[in-house]
Design a protein around this ligand. Structure first.
Ligand code: CA
Length: 384
């Protein structure tokens, strides 16, 4: 049994064992296989130098590693003896908003009297620049953030209402997928919508923790800020894009047709990845990634259409993955419909001590299913 970590997958991570330096390994079944002797760029404490080599080197190395793993020619360590770390140096982080169902649900919750989708949504993948420095590896505790909340009442003296300050009362998850740039692009150039495979090295599980009360007060008119930037968790394992070849599938219909720079020649731009949201050992939602409106190739093309450069280690995320059904929503905001409809035995938002794990699986090229790296995090109380 390989439990989704067979020879057709072999995701990359960075690990150390007691008394040894961090280096690159691949996950095979319940072991970490040390691949640091296969290429000089893999004998490093991060994937950066290897990711920068480009797709030909990625393909050749993967084939070589698979053959070495199959013949047990490399040292392997039980997973519980390996300490995993953030697998790459995170550059710029961009978060998109690519799910039609998520964007529509949020529109209905926050602006019930208006059209759920704003007029730009079907013409471009809406996104914002986030904070790369607070991207953390799966397992890192998440401290409940403090901040301002919208005023609710006048002051005792009858003056104008003032905002409240304190620990967030509406702490949430966002089940997303992250895409890691291996080969960057120059300032002034753009990445074409058919060039995803030349630039993106792989995929990580991603939880974009969100404080809804802080977000709701601060986001007008410039967008998300402190309600999002306190922590973003990614999986310790990076699944190479090529391992997802069997998961590629057609995008849902896009109406109206996007502008030419967002129109791919290959319509199989979607990824058939199943997601599970697990709260304290209970599966509370199953978001289907295949329902996402905008593809990762369209996101990357849009991100660079103005000539913005990209660098090795840049990370862009899909936005919350939500399907059409209530039990496929990828945030507590939607699962509890703005806190009004408790789910999973009376839950609305996250409580201190809660642990959330996002699990991902997809068809593998070997005929079975592969398991992408999971993302887990436990909520710690706010600091005084
Ligand atoms: Ca997000």
């Amino acid at each position: 049994m390989t439990d989704g970590f067979g020879l057709d997958h072999l995701p990359y991570g960075v690990f150390s064992t007691e008394g040894s330096a961090p280096r690159v390994g691949v996950r095979h079944a319940d072991t970490v296989v040390d691949v640091s002797t296969v290429r000089p760029q893999l004998d490093r404490p991060a994937l950066d130098d290897f990711m920068a080599l480009g797709p030909r080197a990625w393909t050749e190395t993967r084939a070589e590693i698979a053959a070495l793993v199959e013949s047990d020619a490399l040292p392997a360590f039980p997973l519980d003896e390996a300490s995993l770390r953030l697998p790459f140096s995170v550059g710029d982080y961009v978060d998109f908003y690519a799910s039609l169902h998520h964007a529509s649900n949020v529109g209905r919750i926050f602006r019930p009297d208006q059209e759920p989708l704003l007029s730009n949504w079907r013409h471009l993948p809406v996104g914002y620049h986030g904070r790369g420095g607070t991207v953390v590896v799966s397992g890192t505790p998440v401290v409940r953030p403090c901040g301002q909340r919208a005023p609710t009442s006048s002051t005792a003296e009858g003056g104008a209402p003032v905002p409240a300050y304190g620990p967030s009362r509406r702490l949430d998850i966002e089940a997303e997928l992250g895409f890691v740039v291996g080969v960057g692009s120059e300032l002034g150039s753009r990445i074409g919508v058919d060039e995803l495979d030349r630039h993106v090295f792989g995929v990580v599980g991603l939880n974009d923790w969100s404080a809804r009360d802080i977000q709701a007060w601060e986001y007008v008119p410039l967008g998300p800020f402190l309600g999002k930037s306190f922590a973003t968790s990614v999986s310790a394992w990076v699944t190479p894009l090529s391992a997802l070849a069997a998961a590629r599938t057609e995008l849902p219909p896009q109406d109206p047709a996007p502008l030419p720079y967002l129109s791919p020649a290959d319509e199989r731009g979607a990824l058939d990845i199943d997601v599970e949201v697990v709260l304290d050992d209970e599966v509370v939602s199953r978001p289907p990634y295949r329902t996402m409106y905008w593809s990762p190739a369209q996101m990357l093309a849009h991100l660079t259409v103005n000539g913005a450069s990209t660098r090795t280690g840049d990370l862009f995320a899909s936005g919350t993955i939500s399907g059409s059904e209530p039990d496929t929503r990828g945030s507590f905001l939607e699962l509890s419909w703005g806190g009004k409809e408790p789910f999973a035995g009376g839950r609305t938002f996250l409580e201190d001590g809660d642990e959330v794990t996002l699990r991902y699986s997809a068809p593998g090229t070997g005929g079975g299913r592969i398991t992408l790296g999971e993302v887990t995090g436990r909520i710690e109380p706010a600091r005084p």
